[in-house]
Design a binder for this molecule. Structure first.
Ligand code: SAH
Length: 465
């Protein structure tokens, strides 16, 4: 009885706050946009994120409270922002791959600039964001998941947001259109080859994912077929038929992933056609890219980012450079002619091998690449009192770690150029560095991922005397 009373009191309280389950029709106005591109509203001092609501708009929203988690959805939009546009993609509200297609590109850019200003502005001056002239068709790495529709038809597309249901997508407006055509043809070929898509629940079926990587400058195309078994029935005929439809494909790789996992690529790979890698040109240098190596997904904006990062560093011919989280060596090799020596470190084995091949391919003699954890490597360098004049670091979304950051403080490079695809973790790491003797000189946001909430940010830090 006592418990019941307590519960009832709580329900009443929640209801009064306008936050109880299924509460319909709360009138709100949007006061900003959060880090995931959702509108921010304030209900009695509680900040709630509302998908697709824009700053300045008023709306009636439905609020749902489950345990301590409150969500809200637009029920009816009352006043529309001038920044609002009709999304170009019909899948926008289901897919979740893009979050900002309901905003003009100008408004997206302003939002990203403001986001970086909010997170990083306290440390130094934030430049205007570098935007993309034609913000479509840019993605050079395309991933499509195979599944079966209601009528057992083969579908390919991406997981619906917050679920494991595949929504069929024939055309994605931010991806290289050549990949869409190839994926469509593979689906048709599957029918004639009686190849079944993999079923996550039963573990039955063969083709799980298709990964397409395209070279922007070279035009080369790699198709990776991620399959569930090592035996590929009618392999040669399938490859022949695919090449007949798409002679533009330069290499086809089979990747076996027989684990119950949401990770796309498995460990075993077999080249079915061509070299197993593609090439692309960035800032005048040619790079080899393997199926598993990281390569920036927007080559046009990557050139702008690298040029800005290298310009910021004001490199001198006498300097020793360390490129941490170097991938296939793109930054290290691009700046190599300006300096005495450059060392790169990267965790992914395939990427390091690509980096070594890439230095030979571009006839670069002053670059060395090592495989390992950047934090471990940095701390060994600090221990050995190695010399580093300028550090370039470009960690994954999770940012760097204390081992790495504390080694920067010991090694004392005069300049740190920190490139990041997540300004939240960048701000956290920059906070650490500014506590230990560094100051931020310049911050440059770059729009590498138009129509998504992601923003790239390059910051220059220098060591105070
Ligand atoms: N600078 C490169 C790659 C940046 S992406 C470019 O511009 O293309 C981040 C890279 O960090 C990826 O290649 C990833 O494999 C690598 N990485 C992730 N964790 C790491 C770690 N602990 N140590 C070293 N490299 C790591």
């Amino acid at each position: 009885m006592r418990n019941y009373k307590k519960k009832n009191r709580k329900l009443k309280r929640d209801h009064q706050k306008g936050l109880s389950t299924g509460n319909k029709g709360v009138k709100v106005s949007c006061i900003g946009i959060d880090e995931e591109g959702k509108g921010i509203i304030d209900i009695k001092g509680k900040r709630i994120s509302v998908p697709y609501l824009l700053e300045g708009e008023t709306a009636i929203v439905d609020v749902t409270k489950k345990r301590n988690f409150t969500t809200a959805k637009v029920h009816q939009l009352e006043t529309k922002s001038r920044d609002r546009v009709v999304p170009k993609c019909q899948h926008f509200y289901q897919c979740g791959g893009c979050q900002l297609q309901h905003m003009t590109y100008e408004a997206q850019s302003n939002y990203k600039e403001k986001l970086v200003e909010g997170l990083m502005g306290g440390y130094g001056k934030v430049n205007r964001i570098i935007t993309m002239d034609q913000p479509y068709d840019y993605r050079n790495k395309i991933h499509s998941t195979l599944s079966q529709g209601k009528n057992r038809e083969i579908i390919s597309g991406i997981y619906e947001q917050y679920s494991h249901r595949v929504i069929p997508i024939d055309r994605c407006i931010i991806q290289d259109p050549r990949a869409d055509e190839i994926i469509k043809s593979i689906r048709e070929l599957m029918k004639s080859f009686k190849m079944r898509p993999f079923d996550e629940d039963t573990g039955q079926g063969f083709l799980r994912h298709i990964l397409v990587k395209t070279g922007f400058t070279s035009g080369q195309i790699m198709v990776v077929l991620v399959v569930s078994k090592t035996i590929f029935p009618s392999k040669n005929n399938f490859v022949k038929a695919l090449l007949k439809k798409h002679p533009e494909i330069t290499t086809i790789v089979m990747n076996v992933n027989n684990r119950r996992t949401s990770v796309v690529l498995g460990n075993t790979e077999k080249v079915l056609y061509g070299k197993g890698t593609i090439e692309d040109t960035l800032c005048g240098q040619v790079f080899q890219i393997s199926p598993k190596s990281f390569y920036q997904i927007n080559p046009i904006q990557t050139e702008k980012l690298y040029n800005k990062a290298i310009e910021m560093a004001k490199l001198k011919k006498s300097e020793v450079i360390f490129d941490a989280y170097c991938g296939i060596g793109t930054i290290a090799l691009n700046l190599s002619s300006k300096v005495k020596k450059v060392i790169g470190v990267e965790l992914n084995k395939d990427a390091v091998q690509d980096a070594i091949k890439n230095s030979k391919r571009n006839k670069i003699k002053n670059a060395r690449f090592y495989q390992g954890d950047a934090g471990e490597f940095m701390s060994d360098m600090a221990e050995a009192k190695e010399r580093v004049d300028t550090l370039f670091m470009d960690p994954p979304r999770s940012g760097s770690d204390e081992k790495f950051l504390s080694s920067i403080v010991k090694l004392k490079p005069k300049k740190v150029v920190y490139i990041s695809c997540n300004p939240v973790t960048q701000a956290r790491d920059v906070e650490y560095l500014t506590k230990y003797g560094y100051k931020v000189e310049e911050i440059q946001p770059v729009d590498m991922f138009p129509h998504t909430h992601h923003v790239e940010c390059c910051s220059l830090l220098t060591r105070k005397k």
